[in-house]
Design a protein around this ligand. Sequence first.
Ligand code: MV4
Length: 447
Amino acid sequence: MFSKILIANRGEIALRVLRACRELGIKTVAVHSTADEDAMHVRLADEAVCIGPPAARDSYLNVAAILSAATITGAEAIHPGYGFLSENADFAETVEAHGLAFIGPTAEHIRMMGDKITAKTTMEMLGVPLVPGSDGELKSLDEARAVAEQVGYPVLIKATAGGGGRGMKVARDASEIEEAWSVARTEARTAFGNDAVYLEKYLDKPRHIELQILGDNYGNVVHFGERDCSLQRRHQKLLEEAGSPAITAEQRDTIGKTVTDALSKMGYRNAGTLEFLYQDGQFCFIEMNTRLQVEHPVTEMVCDVDLVREQIRIAAGEKLGYTQSDITFSGHAIECRINAEDPDTFAPCPGTVAVYHAPGGLGVRIDSALYTGYKVPPYYDSMIAKVIVHAPTRAEAIARMHRALDEFVVEGIKTVIPLHRRILADPEFQKGDYTIHWLEQFTARPH
Ligand code: MV4
């Protein structure tokens, strides 16, 4: 096992990793920008190194400064958290070239899944169901036309280097295909420097359901069930739950088996998430994320697992030590992302937290680096806390989240807590009756 880990991140996820290290008896090194001198992760770590000015590209994305910090402190491994360098294959490669462990998958697998065509082709070969569409890259407008006719309109043209909602164009009928093809290609070239595109049938009312997996270095892969992440606005998730209100335990077992068989054949190691669109009872793979995700706590609550601890153990060469049948699902978990934003306009709202009081009690977990007097800097993501609740049933989890949010005091800055309260009180939400489009419509409604 490692004796010292450098955490290449900030905010609540830096604390999350730090806490796992503490419990494993591992010393921690925080890195921080000049804007984060008073940040909680800096205060709580055993050592801290300033790696540059506020802008992320000069600090949290500064590979040379991060590697220097690891070298001078004698860290043996780097945990990248999410965002920043977490899905940068070159970074993972450089970390390992310096004799340090990257707490994540191999650079090869990060690169493979970063290219969406390669990701889909690989998954298809391994038996994972996809959205109907082109067989890999579209080579011409004629091919786009032919595939669109075959799968039926509407269709989406997507950039292979895109993902997470970037680089997509819809063609509702044959009259729109030429425009979609040329705009998608041009945007892909300018935004990503890679004009390769592919085509999929456009699913009009899917849910976004993702599967959490872990693999070790010995071919063992297990899954921890699904998260329903359909409640998002402009590709920013707001509320996630485990399990999905839309699927049964049998469906979970079936897709879980398909996915673990596939990733075991790939030799995938560490944490990963497969994203599916789910519509009309069918799972269609769209992308894979090769990192720990923001919403991992809902999985931790229903499976009673510490995913960060597992990531660290795996990176240190330990075996999983359990099989799929040892993983059980208990109750229901919901996460509300609390952003420092106006709850109506979503304008970011950095500033000083005049009063901070976190909720507590049975089944309530708060992942946050906030404290009274903390100044939320304007340079980074606006997420300042995650409230996670766990209860025997979904209805009880909703009631518990309501109660927790009522206790939560964050004064001095605006947050999206009032929006969460409205969502939790909505009859459609309470029925679990929503798709990826529900939240955009909900936030556009007068209230
Ligand atoms: C789709 C789709 C409908 N049909 N693909 C957007 C993010 C990227 N991960 C994939 N996305 C979508 N791909 C097909 N064939 C609709 C979306 C989509 C979406 C997906 C997940 C969560 C929220 C979304 C919001 C708008 C569109």
